[in-house]
Design a protein around this ligand. Sequence first.
Ligand code: VGL
Ligand code: ZN
Length: 213
Amino acid sequence: MPLIDPHPTDALLLVDIQNDFCPGGALAVGGGGEVVPVANRLARLFGSVILTQDWHPPDHRSFASAHPGMSAFATTTFAYGPQVLWPDHCVQGTQGAAFHPDLDVPMAQLVLRKGFHRGIDSYSAFFENDRTTPTGLAGYLRERGFRRVVLAGLATDFCVAFSAEDAVRCGFEAVVVEDGCRAIDLQGSLDAAKARLASAGARLVRSADIAGS
Ligand code: VGL
Ligand code: ZN
């Protein structure tokens, strides 16, 4: 029995399936490219598909290169709280910021860019990392009458998990398609993300559990 029956009030949110998060990219996630065929299949099961694109200016403050003496993957403190410093990635207009070439989702209805404010990182597709600056996605989804957000993409423990948690916080149901995601897994971040998803009430499913797959 499928657990998830795609419904017109579902929005499929494909998170950050960009070259820099795939092997060979600046912030490659192990197996990142493997989410592409899953995303392509999911996109044909849901009537509304939304893409997110991590989209940083070249001097973004989440980049370790903006902090002399600090190295990538170190955690520092910004005014809004702890922030991991990343290798330069997903710089606006670069090939690294482009979607994976095999991502085949011409039916996508919205491309939501995030992380464009120089001083604030944005893992979630709903709120930036200060947890208060909205991206506008909640309003878009509400205005269009969506009730459930089904998520896949990169990376499980950062942008996917933060987006799923915020979806719940904004009043939507959230379903994470586990085999459509891959994790960075930095210092236990995957286990921590799974625990936060569980306590938020987000569901974890496999793509095979979706009707029509
Ligand atoms: C992401 C780290 C930095 C993600 C984006 O898409 O999960 N992670 N920027
Ligand atoms: Zn980023």
